[in-house]
Design a protein around this ligand. Structure first.
Ligand SMILES: [Zn+2]
Ligand SMILES: [Zn+2]
Length: 290
């Protein structure tokens, strides 16, 4: 498994908004595509870019972004899917060794990150963010320095969420670690303030990080979790898009707040909240010059 199971074909700049040394360079790499499937990879990469282009706040910031595609062929199509993590037991000879089931969680899809980085370094050395598209219809993905996601429907939202972490230093806004009703050590967030701009332990409207975005008529805290032993599953008490302080964030049921009831950093399929959108927009302005 590995470099003997395929080969690197080359890089293509598919969105060109200027010189790489002055833009945010998103690099999409193929994994688990056979040579004859690379036209499909080209289409899948294009679809991801169209999704990015349609997502607030990237829709207004695309002039800051270049996108590169790195075509890599694999001997087999797909990814390993170990039985131990609830998979089918399928194995696939692929260049970056993609496998589902990392840590026993089937949807945790990982690759050989160092080989991905080495490949990008040699072809697009100015890369800002690496994403590996895995040619499998099984839902999965993971983040970190290298974002990985399958081509299953909606899995490319994993890529957008992971961009929030890796490129824009946003925190997870959800209030569980392993899962609601599973965690036993996530009732109360530690007292220390998280460094990320979209979660806080502070519920004082005068000093909260995003206080300038909270309307005087919005209560702060906006929602408190009545049962710190579990996630708060109630619907929002405020209209969608209200910025306030919603308890339950950063893996804890209580003692940590998020800016809006929902956000892509909390749940896939949701838009980025106003605070997260502003952070992304501001960061991208650094890359939007001549
Ligand atoms: Zn996350
Ligand atoms: Zn957010």
């Amino acid at each position: 498994m590995g470099t003997a199971d395929g080969g690197v074909i080359g890089a293509t700049k598919i969105v060109n908004n200027g010189p790489d040394n002055r833009r945010f360079n998103l690099v999409l790499l193929s994994e688990g595509y056979q040579q004859v499937q690379l036209t499909q990879f080209s289409a899948d990469a294009h679809a991801f870019v169209e999704n990015l282009r349609a997502t607030v706040p990237f829709n207004g910031s695309m002039n800051a972004i270049n996108v590169h595609r790195i075509d890599v062929r694999s001997t087999d199509s797909g990814a390993d899917d170990p039985v131990a993590a609830g998979g089918t037991g399928a194995t696939a000879r692929t260049y970056f060794d993609a496998t589902f089931g990392n840590g026993g969680l089937r949807r945790a899809l990982v690759v050989n990150n160092s080989l991905v980085i080495q490949t990008a370094n040699s072809l697009v050395p100015a890369w800002s963010m690496l994403m590996v598209l895995v040619n499998s219809t099984i839902y999965g993905g993971t983040g970190g320095h290298v974002a990985v996601f399958s081509v299953a429907p909606s899995a490319n939202d994993i890529g957008l969420h992971e961009m929030g972490h890796t490129a824009f230093h946003l925190a997870d806004e959800y209030e569980y670690y392993q899962g609601c009703g599973i965690d036993t050590a996530n009732n109360h967030h530690p007292a220390s303030e998280p460094s990320e701009p979209n979660v806080t332990v502070n519920n004082n409207r005068n000093t909260i990080k995003w206080g300038n975005l909270i309307a005087p008529t919005t209560a702060v805290p906006t929602m408190r979790n009545p049962n710190c032993a579990n996630c708060d599953s109630r619907p929002s008490s405020a209209p969608a898009g209200t910025v306030g302080a919603f308890e339950g964030a950063h893996y804890y049921h209580c003692g940590a707040y998020r800016p809006e009831y929902n956000c892509k950093m909390r749940a896939l399929g949701q838009p980025f909240c106003t605070v997260c959108s502003n952070v992304i927009r501001l960061e991208l302005t650094r890359f939007a010059g001549p």
